[in-house]
Design a binder for this molecule. Structure first.
Ligand code: HEC
Ligand code: HEC
Length: 146
């Protein structure tokens, strides 16, 4: 019991000492996260929300971008809520595009009735779309000349 009290007292005094050291150093040595002067309001980078109009593909084999939000759709080892709308068994009723037949081919090329394991984690290939600047500069040009 006593030991614990002693340790807490020591910790508390160490914290006070550290606090004083910071206070004494003033603001000169303090740097903000984005290296902006601390007496200026830092510009917050733009937030690019999802764009709900359909984006075209940049190259023929591109997995189409997702034109709707997906934050509520769980995908894990057992559940895949995307299939509730996109699997061939449901797509007609839900008015959603059916998974193309490549999603039902296993790695040996056999046609399956259920989505192939290799296509289970949809977001490995499909991402929600946003009209945002490129994260990394690149010189990509589509073969379609666009
Ligand atoms: C509630 C039903 C529903 C769920 C759940 C759903 N989608 Fe969709 N999805 C749609 C509909 C409807 C469209 C067509 C939208 C349009 O045409 O603008 C669509 C379009 C898409 C497209 C574009 C297809 C194309 O040919 O351009 C992709 C990719 C897609 N969804 C992926 C997903 C993924 C991945 C998930 C799970 C994280 C998911 N969807 C969950 C209904 C759904
Ligand atoms: C390994 C990458 C990969 C995975 C994983 C994947 N897809 Fe795709 N998907 C593609 C590609 C590439 C295309 C376009 C070419 C094609 O249809 O095969 C596509 C096409 C689609 C389309 C459009 C079909 C059409 O005919 O217009 C939908 C919808 C779709 N995927 C939904 C999904 C959903 C939902 C999942 C998860 C169950 C999923 N995909 C998993 C790569 C993938």
């Amino acid at each position: 019991m006593k030991k614990t009290v002693l340790i807490s007292v020591l910790t508390a005094s160490a914290l006070v000492a550290a606090g004083l050291a910071v206070a004494q150093s003033g603001t000169s040595g303090v740097r903000s996260l984005r290296n902006a002067p601390i007496d200026e309001v830092a510009e917050v980078p733009g937030v690019f929300h999802q764009d709900e109009k359909r984006f075209g593909r940049n190259y023929r084999q591109q997995p189409p971008l997702i034109p709707h939000t997906i934050s509520r759709y769980q995908i894990d080892l057992r559940a895949n809520q995307c299939l509730a709308c996109h699997d061939w068994t449901n797509a007609g009723d839900r008015g959603a595009p059916t998974l193309s037949m490549t999603h039902y081919l296993d790695r040996e090329g056999r046609q399956l009735d259920r989505v192939a394991g290799t296509r289970w984690f949809c977001t490995q290939c499909h991402v929600p779309q946003a009209d945002a600047p490129a994260l990394v500069e690149n010189t990509f040009r589509s073969t379609a000349g666009k």
